[in-house]
Ligand binder design. Structure first.
Ligand code: PMP
Length: 391
């Protein structure tokens, strides 16, 4: 018996890009102290008040099967949130609650793509994107962006790749680059979607973490509501990564079909997790700002630490919890730099190459450790970079 090629081909046979991360983990297991700046996870836990709401719900009996599309309360709250953030009328019928944004990305691609269809995504990209596309049987097609353009996708590159494609996946604010797409960029994206009749899958899981510019949801652009499948999540906005709670917001007929998908795959999300999410959403924007505040602060610390030298250049960090650093002046690849830094300084960062071709010669630093340790690590990273140039 053989396993299906759709399953065995999810990673595409290549490296998963996490070699430096795994090596750092092995060093830690061997007793070494390693500063880890790899993973996109807050250095705070889910807030006690959210956990208390979860406990109250579970102890109150919400431990049976929950409604598969999501509880009425949570769907209403998410719909109201999306309506407020996009200005587009949105009801519970436009919302499917999913076990995290990742499951939402899978569902959205299954809705948009037939087997074999080309599915576009922007390079650099969040590591799971090509695998998610392969998992639904579609063909991942990266569209390159350039550091010189702040990693904003250009209309010409999109147009050149779009013939015959079924979908385009974008992510703003962006992981790994920190780019927040401008209105011009998104207008170009919308024009390409219209011209090539594409579904737009809009990953907005970092929408509360914007440090420069404004987050614009493409769902709000003229003519886009009917072709946009918006993916959201509580992971980043409320530090609820482990609760696995997110959503897809889409036209009602799409959601009707996606409810069938949920019935035959996940069978919904635990009721007590949904109740905790509903509680969290009701805490308002001050709560969300407090969750994002450490990254806003460390973004400023990053820019300050990199001032006065020109070997390590920050790509404009406009949003999310990462700083993408251009280390091309060292002459090293991102991978060689990250490996060298791990060996010499015991600091683990992600090579840009882990996120696609467009981020070659860069490293991604997660701003996810306390401020003092973060600044100390950056200073050592800069000194390491300088030592490579003078060699
Ligand atoms: N999209 C992006 C860009 C991400 O960085 C992540 C998580 N790191 C996700 C989606 C998935 O998030 P989750 O499943 O936790 O909601």
């Amino acid at each position: 018996m053989e396993l299906s090629s759709r399953l065995t081909n999810i990673t595409g046979g290549g490296s998963d890009g996490w070699a430096v991360f795994y090596r750092a983990r092995r060093m830690i297991d061997a007793g070494l102290t390693v500063t880890e700046l790899t993973i996109g996870e807050h250095d705070i836990r889910t807030h006690d008040s959210i956990l208390a709401a979860m406990n109250l719900s579970a102890m109150g009996g919400h431990t049976g099967y929950a409604e598969v599309p999501g509880t009425a309360d949570l769907r209403d709250l998410v719909a109201a949130r999306v309506a407020k953030r996009t200005g587009v009328p949105t009801t519970a019928d436009n919302i499917l609650i999913t076990p995290g944004g990742q499951a939402g990305l899978f569902a959205a691609h299954l809705a948009a793509c037939n087997p074999g269809d080309p599915a576009l995504f922007i390079d650099p990209y969040y590591a799971t994107y090509p695998g998610t596309i392969r998992a639904v049987g579609a063909e991942p097609v990266p569209v390159q962006t350039r550091p010189e353009n702040g990693f904003q996708p250009g209309k010409a590159a999109l147009d050149a790749a779009a013939a015959g494609a079924a979908s385009l996946l974008i992510n703003t604010p962006n992981n790994p680059t920190g780019a927040v797409y401008s209105r011009d960029t998104l207008t170009g994206v919308a024009e390409i979607c219209h011209a090539h009749d594409l579904w737009l899958i809009s990953d907005e899981v970092y929408d509360t973490q914007v440090w420069e510019g404004t987050h614009i949801s493409p769902r709000s652009l003229p003519g886009m509501v009917e072709r946009t499948l918006l993916v959201g999540s509580m992971s980043k906005s409320h530090a609820m990564t482990g609760s696995r709670i997110g959503w897809v917001c889409a036209p009602e007929p799409v959601i009707t079909h996606l409810i069938n998908l949920a019935t035959h795959t996940t069978y919904g999300v635990p009721g007590f997790v949904q109740d905790a999410a509903a509680f969290a959403l009701q805490q308002g924007s001050a709560f969300e700002e407090a969750v994002g505040a450490p990254f806003a602060r460390r973004r400023a610390l990053t820019l300050a630490a990199l001032k006065g030298q020109n070997i390590v250049q920050p790509v404009p960090v406009q949003g999310a919890m990462y700083a993408m650093l251009d280390i091309r002046a060292t002459g090293l690849s991102g991978e060689a730099f990250a490996n060298g830094l791990l060996d010499a300084e015991h600091i683990a960062v992600m090579p840009g190459e882990s996120f696609g071709k467009a981020a070659a010669g860069h490293v991604r630093v997660a701003m996810t450790i306390d401020d003092d340790a973060y600044v100390a690590a950056l200073n050592r990273l800069v000194a390491f970079a300088a030592s490579q140039v003078s060699q």
